[in-house]
Design a protein around this ligand. Sequence first.
Ligand code: HEM
Length: 386
Amino acid sequence: PHPFFSALREATPVQKVEAFMGAYVVTRHELIGPILKDTTVFSSRMMGFEQVMPQELGEDVLRYFRVEKALLSSDPPLHTHMRTLVSRAFTPRRVAELEPHLREITRELLDTMLAKKEFDLVADLAAPLPVTVIAELLGIEPEHRLDFKRWSDAIIQAASFTIRDKRPLADSIRQLQTYLESTIEQRRRIPRNDLISALVEASEAEGGFLSTLELIDFVRLLLIAGNETTTNLIGNGMVALLRHPSEWERLVADPSLIPNAIEEMLRYEGPAQSILRMTTQDTEIAGVPIPKGAQVMLLLSAANRDPRKFPEPDKFDVTRDAQGHLAFGHGVHFCLGAPLARLEAKVAFEELLRRVRRVSFAPGQEGHIAWSETFIVRGPLSLQLR
Ligand code: HEM
């Protein structure tokens, strides 16, 4: 996509693109920050699941997604309130405490993966790692972990453009709903040391600020926002390293570069390519008039390769100062899970580099990577390596 993004970015700062649902597409780094700061004019209401769920799922499923209080798609002051509430539950300490266990999970996955001469980095490591971690954080019972992955995939597939018949997904979405409803009820009665209990507690402390439907929506957001994205961060990072063997060698020689390398991976090929906003009034961006009610698509991936911000943007350099990249967004909706995503990627690459000196694409794989087909997320669907 980058030659296309780059052409867009260099042609004009703002462009109405019919192929992108008629949205006004913004590609330059310096324009995106101020838009994300101005939540009065550029509302997040387009970011709700309600907008992307297809009608064919049926009314009984669609109503699950119609909630008034939803973090991702609300604007201040409601958003501020919700963010405070979740921040109380999703603390940096809770994330940091995870590291030893996260390392253990990663090592187990690597044991199985590296026992094979050829493996799929996505299926064997990048996909199971985040779903296992978020399931543990939330407090999903081990016997439901596999269901949990299936349910989570069903929601992502329901929102994707490539799956034709979406009706079969309705069942999985219904099962997730039923499971979360009963889990929330249980945690109300007997709290545990998990994120669902902490969310329930934070809501109860405010006289039941969130309904059960809204609590379920919240949990579902944590589940979806952090799964495919983190999988793609590890997958995209690996592809970048395979295509730049000198950078792999630098990390082998000095693993302390890994956290910086992860910022560069986020900049170079971020998992979230774009986010949407909707204008609440007539406005303009860089002199281009935008009517009220228009969709504005912020192409984070294009901005992260803006040469005005990052010199030689198409060069992947694990020692580069990638600060200021927009891969996690910016402003009040800045990714809540960023510390967790960074930790997962750090541990994954640390453990991988500790045990693997040389790695290459499996024969016939390079140049034939199957990428996810939406312009919202970007990552390899599978990655056969040896
Ligand atoms: C928000 C990207 C991992 C939870 C966002 C946003 C982006 C993003 C771009 C901003 C959306 C907007 O402004 O409209 C990513 C990427 C990830 C990642 C690239 C992995 C590399 C995670 C993880 C979790 C998570 C692991 C949680 C477990 C959230 C939540 C929000 C969010 C809850 C909404 C925050 C709000 O609206 O205030 N993420 N994310 N993300 N992310 Fe992430």
